[in-house]
Design a protein around this ligand. Structure first.
Ligand code: ADP
Ligand code: ADP
Length: 218
């Protein structure tokens, strides 16, 4: 049976970290709209040029652009058994559109784990985040350091700090999350799909809680 998981949580809550681990363990593809935008920047596509100013300033990319990109991604056959959405949906309109897209194949969102992390800690998480340009894995210079400073454990690439991980943009992204994305918590709670998880635990413990929540929804 296919299973579609929506990971909720503020910027820095650990969605990408956990989605990558779940992808590996469960064999479900991670669909991260942030990663998809960054791929478009790298490939210098038209969509990338349209999205760039929003991403750079920490605002949400307009739904029309984001939804077109997700619709295309869901056409790829690797999503037939399900997917883990990370950073999507971020607005009620996106959540409604996702429901419609999945319904076309008789599917639906099955479970929405909400990785809860306090606002002050979100900022600290973003401030120390380092990303691998090759595999997209994230590290933290204090909380989750690579074995060798500045280098990805898996492929040895030199880590970088995302261009939208500047102090001002980080603050704005957190504000935008509380204004525009947090209302989705009630939306999914109302559908009986939301499961809150303590995101301030270790990466391993958060993963264990997530795994259980997803297994129970299967
Ligand atoms: P998101 O995708 O929700 O924005 P990330 O997965 O990019 O979050 O994680 C943000 C930062 O916090 C990264 O530097 C990551 O290494 C670190 N991190 C993620 N989960 C934890 C955790 N449970 N404990 C400590 N640091 C974490
Ligand atoms: P973080 O891991 O810090 O939460 P993301 O990588 O998920 O950041 O997103 C980076 C930026 O990409 C966002 O600030 C926003 O500009 C854009 N973005 C990502 N996902 C969406 C979405 N679902 N809707 C609109 N904009 C998005």
């Amino acid at each position: 049976m296919a299973i579609y998981v929506v990971l909720m949580g503020g910027p820095g809550a650990g969605k990408g970290t956990q989605a990558k681990k779940l992808q590996k363990q469960m064999g479900l593809p991670q669909i991260s709209t942030g990663d998809l935008f960054r791929e478009n920047f790298k490939n210098e596509t038209k969509l990338g040029r349209q999205a760039r100013p929003y991403v750079d300033s920490g605002e949400l990319v307009p739904d029309e652009i984001t939804l077109g990109m997700v619709g295309e991604r869901l056409k790829r056959p690797d999503t037939e058994g399900g997917a883990i959405f990370d950073g999507f949906p971020r607005t009620i309109a996106q959540a409604d559109a996702l429901e419609a897209l999945l319904a076309e194949n008789g599917e639906r969102v099955n479970v929405v784990p909400y990785i809860h992390v306090d606002k002050d800690l979100l900022l600290k998480r973003l401030a120390g985040r380092w990303t691998c340009p090759v595999c997209g894995r994230v590290y933290h210079d204090l909380f989750n350091p690579p074995q060798k400073p500045g280098v990805c454990d898996v492929d040895g690439a030199k880590l970088y700090q995302r261009e939208d991980d500047t102090m001002d943009t980080q603050r704005r992204r957190i504000e935008v999350y509380f204004e525009q994305t947090a209302p989705l918590l009630d939306y999914y709670r109302g559908k009986g799909l939301l499961i809150q998880i303590d995101g301030e635990q270790s990466i391993e413990q958060v993963f264990e809680d997530l795994r259980k929540a997803i297994e129970e929804a299967r």
